[in-house]
Design a binder for this molecule. Structure first.
Ligand code: NAD
Length: 350
């Protein structure tokens, strides 16, 4: 059991992790090849320390131990609908995740850029990694509190399996949650964490799962109704709102993640935002405001605002791989189990 987090187990400090990272590049994979999965491949393309070698979508997977070709992979997915059609690296499969895990014993870690539809899907994927006996690092960009709680429940099984799983590693939860954890250090007591996001995308269907999962937060909808909507029904809803989704008091895992890190109770964390599905410009500047009381008794607010030019994809995939690198360093030291984006500092991937 790790005394700091209450999760995972320390096996032994075998190697200097910084020395290990110099033996590069480290082979990694991406599960899900939609909006975020494709952006993840593009983010990795110029990196030296980490190399993208495997990926899966719903209909197939692709493997190239010397590095997958990003342009060809994206072109194949966009024209034929699956990485399984990549020649010669692709394989079509109706159980692509399980098949790919079987072939990934040398892959150090995965970014799970998968939809969490149904709300138990990500936990079921984690269970597949455990059952197959794969060991390494898993990172997700999951959003709902109840979904993170399912992963927390898997903590001891992940630790026993030799998996280091860091959850909530996108933008929110992720970058903004970690910023809140850092900002909290100025205070003796944290009163409120208020996350407000603005997302601008040119077409909703580039990020189908993201938009469906956002619709699930609207009054009158839930995860199952949003999952069951046809594309035509999503378009009809967006037509009614001129492409805008306004979201308030969302069930967002920033709350449980900050609570687990001991920063404040979940009732003090709020998340809301505006998504424009017809323009790439952000409808408002994404920010997190952290209000608290200093040891001198002053009440103050720190605000961290993301640059308006940074896209959702940049603010999700950058942190995700930063946490993947941090997870690889922890895994090399024998730290396995369930961690969150507020408990680990992401490491910059060069
Ligand atoms: P998408 O709909 O564009 O793509 C999903 C991909 O997953 C597709 O390639 C699909 O083929 C694949 N897939 C679906 N079911 C599968 C299965 N059973 N096996 C293998 N592959 C499967 O999704 P997206 O818009 O890129 O979103 C991915 C996730 O990221 C969503 O859950 C979304 O909520 C989350 N997200 C998080 C943040 C954050 O800041 N934390 C921000 C944006 C999106």
């Amino acid at each position: 059991m790790n005394r700091l987090t209450g999760e995972g187990k320390f096996v032994t400090n075998l190697v200097n992790p910084l020395q290990q990272v110099s033996q590069l590049p480290i082979p990694v994979g991406v599960l899900g090849f939609g909006g975020l999965g494709q952006a993840a491949a593009k983010v990795l393309a110029p990196k030296q320390q980490i190399q993208w070698v495997v990926a899966a979508d719903q209909k197939g997977f692709a493997v190239d131990p010397s590095g997958l070709d990003v342009q060809r992979a994206i072109a194949t997915y966009q024209t034929q609908g699956s990485l399984g059609y990549l020649e010669p690296e692709g394989t079509l499969s109706t159980q692509s995740i399980a098949d790919l895990i079987q072939q990934s014993q040398n892959v150090a870690g995965f970014f799970l850029a998968l939809p969490n539809l149904p709300n138990t899907f990500m936990a079921s994927v984690a269970q597949q990694f455990i059952e197959i006996g794969w060991q390494g690092v898993l990172i997700d960009a999951i959003k709902r509190t109840s979904a993170v709680e399912q992963l927390v429940d898997l903590g001891s099984q992940l630790a026993a399996a030799g998996i280091t799983y860091i959850t909530g590693c996108g933008a929110t939860p992720g970058l903004l949650t970690a910023a809140a954890a850092l900002a909290a250090q100025s205070y003796a007591e944290v009163h409120q964490v208020k996350i407000t996001f603005g997302v601008g995308i040119a077409n909703w269907d580039a990020y189908r799962a993201t938009i469906r999962e956002d619709i699930a937060h609207l009054p009158g909808y839930d995860v199952e109704t949003a999952r069951a909507m046809t594309d035509a029904e999503v378009e009809a809803l967006l037509d009614k709102t001129q492409g805008i989704l306004s979201l308030e008091d969302m069930e967002h895992a920033d709350d449980v993640i900050l609570e687990m890190a001991g920063i404040c109770g979940r009732d003090r964390v709020t998340v809301g935002g505006v998504v424009d599905t017809r323009h790439p410009q952000k409808p408002l500047s994404t920010n997190v405001q952290v209000t608290g009381r200093t040891f001198e008794g002053k009440i103050s607010t720190h605000t961290f605002t993301l640059g308006d030019e940074t896209s959702m994809a940049a603010n999700v995939c950058g942190p995700a791989f930063g946490y993947l690198k941090a997870g690889i360093l922890l895994h090399q030291q024998g730290l396995c189990g369930l961690l969150t984006s507020a408990q680990v500092m992401p490491q910059f991937v060069s």
